[in-house]
Design a protein around this ligand. Structure first.
Ligand code: ATP
Ligand code: MG
Length: 355
């Protein structure tokens, strides 16, 4: 027997319903930890929009250094109707993704029990979107001149590097190797004639080094239609930053709910902490009412357990919330009447028994 495995996780519950869904997820992980032989030390950070109002920053100036000593970051939601999105994004999320080289944004998509897809007859779906999380269209290269004048113009460059495309393609190819072996690469090389052909070439060359994996290049417009018309023909998708952002929300919509979708910002080499979060935002329209669905955060916590190497606990947590949902305990966004607390109790009951 080795000693108990210990992890230090930074918790940024953040804004709005982040404050409600985060405790729900932490209680589930704590309930599982004992039975699975590990402990988690939570370092709670009061960062986010209230921190911005009090200190003029979303997180302390040395926030990144504070997180660097941990084993991972669990994030609830960041966003506030009174604070511009670029302040919340560039003040916290984007610096963490970049400084910690979290170049993979992983979005698993499944139709969970009790969730109805808007697509008639679709009751099963299992795909993963692998979004490049650092480069591409989300760049600071560019500028804007002649503000407010008729001759005003804005230019923003997208940036693709061989190293950046290679590493995301490698991650996606390895993921596909463990699944169907069918990888789809989202592109637009017919219209965007410099960066996208480069993306295509590097993805193709990288995938060629992975036996058993085939890559199909699909133009993003056609892929969007295919995701709706034949979503089950899609298994693993690798996409540049902007296309991946859009596709993963599209796929989450096809799966029926934004409230249950998770996302992981991964540094696969584990040279820096990774960050796990639900896809939804702060949902100011329902914040403070105790009715938010905590499944997105619970699923994100399960992805975190996976990344830490606690695969058994991760599967246990996933089956606990899936069973609670299958048993008919559903929050309002899924047409049920359960509060966040009632749903969490139903999951906790299944975290303390064998999966
Ligand atoms: P932000 O600016 O932080 O992104 P938002 O309101 O723009 O917030 P979301 O928070 O994603 O975006 O909310 C979109 C809609 O989905 C809202 O009506 C919200 O109430 C609902 N919603 C989002 N997450 C949940 C959840 N976990 N449980 C229940 N409803 C949710
Ligand atoms: Mg929003």
């Amino acid at each position: 027997m080795t000693g108990t495995r210990q992890y230090t996780i930074d918790v940024i519950a953040g804004d709005g319903i982040g404050q409600e869904v985060m405790p729900a997820a932490l209680r589930c992980v704590d309930a599982l930890a004992g039975a699975h032989g590990f402990t988690v030390r939570w370092r709670e950070r009061d960062w986010g929009s209230d921190h911005y109002r009090a200190h003029g920053r979303m997180m302390p100036a040395d926030g990144i250094e504070q997180l660097a000593s941990g084993d991972g970051v669990l994030l609830g939601a960041i966003g506030d109707p009174d604070i511009p999105d670029d302040v919340t994004l560039w003040g916290l999320l984007i610096p963490i993704r970049r400084e910690f080289h979290q170049y993979v944004n992983l979005r698993p998509i499944r139709i969970l029990p009790g969730v109805t897809s808007p697509l008639r007859g679709l009751d099963e779906l299992d795909l993963v979107v692998v979004r490049e999380n650092i480069e591409g269209e989300y760049s600071e290269v560019g500028g804007r001149i002649y503000r407010g004048r008729p001759e005003e113009m804005a230019v923003q460059e997208s940036v693709f590097t061989r190293a950046g495309v290679t590493r995301i393609a490698r991650y996606a190819a390895e993921l596909a190797q463990g699944r169907s072996g069918r990888l789809i690469s989202a592109t637009k090389s017919n219209g965007i004639i410099h960066t996208m052909p480069f993306w295509d070439e590097v993805v193709e060359a990288t995938v060629a080094e992975h036996p058993g994996v085939t890559v199909e290049k699909v133009l993003i417009d056609a892929l969007a239609a295919r995701m709706v018309l034949k979503p089950r023909s899609v298994d693993v998708v690798v996409a540049p930053n902007l296309f991946g952002d859009i596709l993963s929300d599209l796929a989450a919509g096809v799966a029926g709910s934004i409230g249950v979708a998770p996302s992981a910002n991964l540094n696969p080499e584990k040279t820096h902490p990774s960050m796990f979060e639900p896809v939804h935002g702060s949902a100011p329209d329902i914040a403070g009412q105790g009715i938010a669905n905590p499944v997105g955060t619970m699923w994100a916590a399960a992805m975190m357990l996976d990344h830490l190497g606690e695969e058994e606990a991760a599967r246990h947590l996933e089956s606990a919330f899936e069973q609670a949902m299958a048993g008919g305990t559903l929050t309002g966004d899924l047409g049920g009447t359960a509060s966040t607390e009632e749903f969490t109790q139903a999951v906790l009951a299944r975290c303390t028994t064998a999966p």
